[in-house]
Design a protein around this ligand. Structure first.
Ligand code: F6P
Ligand code: E4P
Length: 934
């Protein structure tokens, strides 16, 4: 007996399969259906691929072959396999296509559901898929949305076969039918053929009943007076709707407009019944086949429905039956207020969302397989969080998924943050692939640097923190020159570097994005003179058109590297600002980017938040911050300690503003679990093979005590580039959670202005404005900001008062305008430990003016919960600055005073302690330790 499905084909309705699966194809399932049931086509959609690929291991071999490629992104990995399936299906259907002269035998592949709102993007994607599959019996599936219709017209004009999907209403079907006609007519106008172009209009059926029936059931349940009438249309609306669409089709193909095209060989755009598996198990399982049979149509069936029809379906032309009855059903639905138009309108975005959700699930699964395949070539991350924070993070990740955050980040959608100028600051995303720097210029620089023993980098904040991390973690490669970094006005420190090099031999890199930052400008003046004004040993890194660029040109600098104005300083390490010093040190920048690539791809727009390392981390940081765990405490393996200085700038300057944000805590030695408040989030950067047993034990105790801990695992130092990128993404995401613009630094400028005022006054008068101490000992004097009133004048009492209200979430800050050397660092650490262990409060520290261009933003603009001690001292030996009246020492004091005033104006508690002599620091340590003793 001929199969019922074959009989259906003979009745003029093409039987298509709404299913794709690797194993099914490989085992010849499709070929059997073609041969035994007369099947003539296949459709796929994101949900179908999710079911096929998102579970089990049938695709693992294929994934792995592809993932061996350096550039294998998650979406490319998925698509590579989807295309393989589609090509296999196209091959199985090719005999049908050839036999029917192109009238049937098609397989459909859907464009990304993420593009449903964009006409141009849809056009490009469809063209790309068409070329990638490269089979004449492919149909590209394009949603019949408002944005989709013009794309369909263009694609038909291109000669690409189109399956229009997600059609629910007669009116939207008419729009795409018009697009099809217009596309064909455009070809005629251009003198191109219209034969051989195929299209179907996929009209969804069961989803309509599912919606309408639900509303009917609710009303009947509520005892609606029209219950009988409602019952009468239950399960009938979708079929009636489809029948009227077919009636319109029949009329349309008789129109002179269509006839003219048909005469030129055009094939009609057939109506395809989609969504034909019953959703309500109470209905006969072949309902949406039995009732929709008619010539020149297609029915695409899920396997179960196909099996059911083969078993007990009824072949009879039903589509043209009782059209009046269909009209009546629709009129009744209207009279009963079932709102068919609203339902069909709502089903479009819902359908897009449903396919986006499926694509997210699929891409998330592929991302997991990709990470497993890469193993330790991609840095890992675990988060051990207390339940409420874990719940908030999961909820955030889900919301971020539904709202498409990864795509919006990469597309530069400013509404992810404040709707301000954020889109102008996203150049660092592309820089992650090494695209910002010219490899040839870096090679040239490396050759130039190789001739020098020392390279001195002059720059502040983002223009120097990344290079120092690279220098301390990766080191000067193969005997490359030593890198010295100067980011200070401290005369002692400048003299130390000047003394450690031969200024007549060293190569100098002056690095400033803006090209107008005061410190590198002064340092350039100083070393220019010391180096004998020899431009051939100077290199500049600066944004195009800056003051520094002009000066470098005028002074004949050996090379000038342009920055990208779309990258802010703290996001610039993977651009020229990091790569120029790296190349100068002899680091292979190509290999560096190759090692970073897995993370850049893992953080891509195609990877849903829960599987995206940057988004996962960002969600933890952001949710912790908004739940008052705003002290991000950085606890690295010994070999990764230098990373903290770069990280604290990124986090603090990006998030600390408008009284909100994250306060990074770097270089605070790990303590016992009892010594911390509940305002902390800990992050451990773990370098394999660089274990510190004491640290590990303390970390274990922290999690046992319920403290949140994020552990990042890095297999080799060479993979540090991955962390730059992961943290940049995470910071941008945390900014979105906190609700600030993570790319500006609104409060930094004020300290600069206050400093300038003092330095300018000095230039006029030869002296800084006098300041009177509130209290003084033999060792130090204490100053307050502006005209602030203090309740005590005894130094010990003043310090006690200063720390009196220091409990979490308040934090203590030690801002030391002294030489950054081992002794001073140890003294500061001793004060931090004394304070933390006495109060449980987090402690931060910075050397001035270095921190002004880094964490200074958060101290001024972030949460107003800081208790700051600004520490200054008389410089041992001051240094003059060529061409300036003020010395480095004077500028440094002016910076400290300017900063203190701005801190105070932002509601922070602040005092300045001026050390009177060499041992003043020891005296201060003792005084602070005493002051916090409770
Ligand atoms: O590279 P520039 O323009 O000299 O700026 C250095 C640093 O100063 C800041 O602008 C803050 O003052 C940082 O954002 C930046 O990294
Ligand atoms: O082209 C086929 C459609 O994508 C499919 O039939 C949708 O079916 P569903 O409503 O069962 O998801």
């Amino acid at each position: 007996m001929t199969s019922r499905l074959k009989q259906l084909g003979e009745a003029g309705q093409a039987v298509w399969l709404d299913f794709v699966d690797r194993k099914f194809l490989a085992e010849g399932g499709l070929r059997t259906l073609v041969e035994e049931d007369g099947l003539t086509g296949v459709t796929s959609n994101p949900s179908i691929f999710e079911k096929a690929m998102g579970h089990g291991d049938a695709y693992d071999e294929g994934f792995q072959t592809f993932l061996g490629k350096a550039d294998a992104s998650v979406v490319d990995t998925y698509e590579n396999q989807a295309i393989a399936d589609i090509k296999a299906a196209a091959a199985d259907l090719r005999p049908v296509f050839d036999r029917l002269g192109g009238k049937d035998g098609y397989v459909s592949l859907e464009v990304s559901p993420y593009l449903a709102e964009g006409t141009q993007d849809t056009i490009e994607e469809a063209r790309r898929l068409w070329a990638a599959v490269g089979e004449p019996n492919l149909m590209v599936k394009v949603p019949g949305t408002k944005a989709g219709a013009p794309a369909i017209r263009t694609l038909i004009e291109d000669g690409i076969n189109i399956n229009v999907t997600l059609l629910f209403s007669l009116s939207s079907y008419q729009v795409v039918a018009e697009a099809y006609l217009a596309g064909l007519e455009a070809r005629v106008k251009k003198g191109l053929g219209v034969d051989g172009i195929a299209s179907v209009a996929s009209f969804f059926v069961s989803r309509i009943d599912a919606k309408i029936d639900k509303a009917i059931d609710a009303r009947i349940e509520a005892g609606d007076a029209e219950s009988e009438a409602l019952k009468a249309v239950r399960g009938k609306v979708a079929i009636a709707n489809a029948k009227l669409a077919y009636a319109w089709y029949q009329e349309m193909i008789t129109s002179p407009r269509w006839q003219a095209l048909a005469a030129k060989g055009a094939m009609p755009q057939r109506l395809l019944w989609a969504s034909t598996g019953v959703k309500d198990p109470a209905y006969p399982d072949t309902l949406y086949i039995d009732m929709l049979i008619g010539p020149d149509t297609v029915n695409t069936m899920p396997p179960k429905t196909m099996d059911a029809f083969r078993d007990h379906g009824t072949v009879a032309v039903t589509l043209t039956d009782d059209i009046e009855g269909a009209r009546h059903v629709i009129a009744e639905a209207e009279r009963l207020g079932l709102g068919l138009d609203t339902v069909t309108e709502g089903l479009v975005p819902e359908g897009v969302q449903q396919f986006s959700d499926a694509a997210d699930a699929l891409l998330g699964a592929v991302a997991g397989k990709r990470a497993a395949f890469l193993g330790d070539r991609q840095n890992g991350m675990d988060a051990d969080l207390p339940a409420p924070l874990a719940k908030a993070v999961d909820a955030r990740l889900e919301r971020a998924r539904a709202q498409g955050w990864p795509r919006r980040l990469w597309q530069g959608d400013a509404s992810l943050w404040t709707g301000g100028d954020e889109a102008k600051w996203l150049g660092w995303l592309a820089a992650g692939r090494g695209t910002q720097t010219d490899p040839d210029a870096l090679t040239k620089l490396a050759a130039l640097a190789r001739g020098h023993k020392d390279v001195v980098l002059l720059g502040m904040g983002g223009s120097r923190l990344g290079p120092e991390v690279l220098s301390l973690i990766l080191g000067s490669a193969n005997g490359g020159p030593r890198l010295h970094v100067l980011d200070t006005t401290d005369p002692g420190q400048i003299a130390s570097v000047a003394g450690a090099i031969d200024p007549r031999e060293a190569l100098f890199i002056v690095s400033s994005k803006s090209g107008s930052t005061m410190e590198p400008e002064l340092l350039r003046a100083y070393f220019w003179e010391l180096a004998g004004a020899d431009g051939s040993r100077f290199v500049a890194v600066t944004d195009p058109g800056s003051k520094l660029e002009a000066a470098a040109k005028a002074d004949g600098f050996a090379m000038i590297f342009p920055g990208d104005p779309a990258i802010g300083g703290r996001y610039s390490v993977l651009s020229a600002f990091g790569m120029v010093p790296a190349a100068a040190m002899g680091i292979d920048t190509r290999a560096f980017f190759e090692a970073a690539a897995p993370m850049v791809l893992a953080c891509g727009p195609d990877v849903p938040p829960a599987a995206n390392p940057g988004f996962r981390l960002g969600a933890v940081l952001g949710e912790a911050a908004v739940s008052e765990r705003d002290k991000l405490t950085i606890l690295p393996s010994p070999g990764l300690v230098p990373f903290g200085a770069w990280l604290e700038q990124l986090i603090a300057e990006s998030t600390g503003k408008q009284g909100r944000g994250i306060v990074p805590v770097d270089l605070e030695p790990v303590g016992d679990a009892v010594g911390y408040g509940s305002d902390r989030l800990f992050v451990h950067l773990h370098l394999e093979g660089d274990e510190d047993a004491a640290l590990e034990a303390k970390l274990a105790a922290l999690t046992q005590a319920g403290q949140p801990l994020v552990t990042i695992r890095i297999a080799r130092r060479e993979l540090i580039g991955q962390e730059f990128f992961r943290w940049e993404v995470a910071t941008a995401v945390a900014g979105a959670v906190i609700g600030i613009n993570p790319f500006d630094q609104p409060d930094v400028e004020d300290a600069k202005v206050a400093t300038r005022k003092l330095v300018d006054a000095y230039a006029q008068t030869g002296a800084l404005e006098p300041a009177t101490p509130i209290a003084e000992t033999e060792d130090f004097a204490i100053f307050g900001p502006g005209d602030a009133e203090f309740a005590a004048t005894d130094p010990a009492a003043l310090l006690r008062l200063h720390f009196a209200s220091l409990f979490p979430p308040r934090y203590a800050g030690f801002l030391a305008y002294v030489e950054r050397n081992g002794a001073n660092a140890a003294a500061i650490e001793a004060m931090r430990l004394a304070v933390r262990d006495a109060t449980q409060a987090a402690t931060v520290a910075g050397f001035g003016p270095r921190f002004l261009h880094s964490t200074g933003q958060a101290y001024k603009g972030g949460p107003a919960t800081g208790d700051f001690l600004v520490i200054t001292r008389e410089p041992k030996a001051d240094l003059a600055i060529p061409g300036h009246r003020a010395s480095f020492g004077t500028v440094q004091i002016a910076q400290a005073r300017g900063d203190m005033d701005v801190l105070a104006s932002r509601g922070q508690r602040v005092m300045r302690v001026h050390l009177k002599h060499e041992n003043g620091m020891d005296a201060l340590v003792a005084a602070v330790t005493h002051a916090v003793r409770r």
